[in-house]
Ligand binder design. Structure first.
Ligand SMILES: Nc1ncnc2c1ncn2[C@@H]1O[C@H](COP(=O)(O)OP(=O)(O)OP(=O)(O)O)[C@@H](O)[C@H]1O
Length: 271
């Protein structure tokens, strides 16, 4: 069971148990009517408790597959994934996922959507947990709206609130801002960082946007073209808290150049 602690000054409840993710020689092969697809090849990685790690790679390289194995939705063909040293066999409330397209229930209000998680985990303070997260994502005024009455950015904020409302040890995010317009995406990135800095949990964030990965992460795992494997592990020492202005700093541009060189080499090797 996760535990949460209230910050006396800000009132924000923080996760105190942050998960460690490890994969060892992970391989995933899909069998379908069009044949076999090796989606992930010999992927070994460690994500430390409380780290914000971005997984960056070209389309189809297996990023979603990696997240789905960690989430427990997809089984490894070879190797294994572990949460805090225990093999991941199935989904659990200790991991929450935010998808590219919001997965809110259209017939439920914002409040009822967020409430699903805490009710599922038997949170006896479900109602106050929902109030807390509505406030954290700035949507108190919209608690009785339905998803189709909200903008795309607001829908994703509800999705993030719902994911956090179970106080997960690990938050998994699969290109959550990819469908948003540029300005909204930048705002959402800043909003997510301030939530994470307050709330504190391990985050694995998949993207194919180099700037997004550098802006958000402590570390970037770069994946090869399909079948995916980790080709480079890049530390990101940019100071926090960050605003989008950081993208013009020399260190940001240096990391970006490193990423682009690898992505280009990968693209050329498969062209
Ligand atoms: N359920 C499935 N059945 C068969 N093949 C699949 C399945 N899911 C994914 N694949 C294949 O596995 C490979 C990796 O897919 P995956 O969605 O993990 O990549 P991705 O890097 O997340 O792609 P994108 O960036 O485009 O979302 C692709 O070749 C894809 O076609």
């Amino acid at each position: 069971m996760n535990t949460a602690q209230q910050n006396e000054k800000t009132g924000v409840r923080k996760v105190t148990d942050k998960g460690e993710i490890r994969t060892e020689g992970l391989e995933v092969t899909y069998n379908s009517d069009v044949g076999q697809t090796v989606a992930l090849s010999k992927t070994s990685l460690t994500i430390h408790p409380g780290e914000f790690v971005c997984v960056l790679g070209p389309s189809g390289c297996g990023k979603s597959t990696l997240l789905n194995v960690i989430a427990g939705f997809v089984k490894a063909t070879e190797g294994r994934a572990l949460l805090d040293g225990n093999a991941i066999e199935q989904p659990g409330a200790d991991r929450s996922m935010v998808f590219q397209q919001h997965s809110l229930l259209p017939w439920k209000t914002v409040r009822a959507n967020i409430e699903l998680g805490p009710k599922f985990t038997g949170d006896i303070e479900a109602s106050s947990t929902v109030n807390h997260f509505l406030k954290m994502v700035g949507l108190q005024k919209y608690e009785n709206h339905y998803p189709d009455q909200l903008s795309g950015g607001m829908q994703q904020r509800v999705g993030i609130a719902r994911a956090l409302a179970t106080f997960p040890r690990v938050l998994l995010m699969d290109e959550p801002f990819a469908a948003l317009d540029y300005q909204t995406r930048l705002m959402m990135q800043e909003n997510l960082l301030s939530l994470w800095e307050e709330f504190g949990t391990t985050v694995v964030f998949v993207t194919h946007d180099v700037d997004e990965a550098i802006f958000l992460s402590d570390r970037i795992l770069l994946m090869s073209a399909s079948p995916g494997r980790i080709v480079k592990d890049i530390a990101n020492p940019l100071p926090r808290p960050r605003t989008q202005m950081i993208s013009s700093e020399a260190k940001f541009l240096e990391i970006k150049r490193d990423c682009m060189e690898i992505i280009r080499a990968e693209a050329l090797s498969t062209f």
